[in-house]
Design a protein. Sequence first.
Length: 357
Amino acid sequence: MKKHNFYAGPSILPESTVENTIAALKDFSGTGLSLMEISHRSKQFVAVVDEAVALFKELLNIPEGYSVIFLGGGASLQFCMVPYNLMGKKAAYLNTGEWASKAIKEAKLFGEVAVVGSSEDKKFNYIPRGYTVPADADYFHITTNNTIYGTEILEDLEVGVPLVADMSSDIFSRVIDVSKYVLIYGGAQKNLAPAGVTFAIVKDEILGKVDRVIPTMLKYSTHISKESMFNTPPVVPIYAALQTLKWLKEMGGVAEMEKINIRKAELMYGEIDRNSLFKATVPAVEDRSRMNVCFVMNDGFEGFEKEFNDFATERGMIGIKGHRSAGGFRASLYNALPYSSVEALVAVMQEFETLKK
Ligand SMILES: *Cc1c(COP(=O)(O)O)cnc(C)c1O
């Protein structure tokens, strides 16, 4: 039976990413050696990093004056690296979910944190609006896509202070204006590569402004000046990331991807809103994530949750159980998930509705 992969992360990747990485694990770039066995400083691997950086810049239309680096430690290490490198006395944060809360917790280790808005009062089911960002904040940190609760900030905000974004789960899913941000980072394992590599897009001029001593490994400037080769980078995930970037380009780039993602999300939310058994957890249409669609059993049907999960799993739907802190269901519709997988899930929801009515 065909499996439809709705996991939230690590998650579905393009077939070509998996196939090409397997091939390189056996013979990397005609070297006769495995990708696992080659020096990160070999000319063949340096070429991989260079091409990946170039494709990042091309696909996201990154302006001059920005560096793209590959790091270890996951997005979670960025929660600490961001304030370490950028916070003088004060920074502003928007609390839109668990990842945002974790970022806030780390930032508090370095100075004053103004949490200018939070949706915690309603289990993070909306994007706060109408807040004011203090003009003396060194930066404003947002989580553009809230992977666990299924909300997304779909515009590039203008707040008057430098903008920093965790885009772990929506990078390359829609067109963004990189010039509106001073730093964009994310773990690669949602939309780009297997776990193990983190990307950061850094505006060079924002660095070097804080007085504190920063350990060498935690300084963005270290990794920028050594072109992601200060220490051994995660070679295999970077190779896989390059395959995904090539696939994205072949698909027509981020604008094309965004069109498909809008269609997938519309199909999915359309069915949830129509089907009497289910209910979306994010009521405001404009706040709904295109990447992680969260839903629960509708009022009166709560008892069917486990049954539907089993029913869908038996029909090849993998990974639709909601995050342990959110409950219900979550269908992740990352770039590599085909439209036909959304159609398959919708068909299963309709079949279940027919059975229960
Ligand atoms: C998954 C995720 C993280 C955590 O990433 P790690 O690489 O596991 O540290 C952080 N932020 C967001 C938005 C995520 O989706």
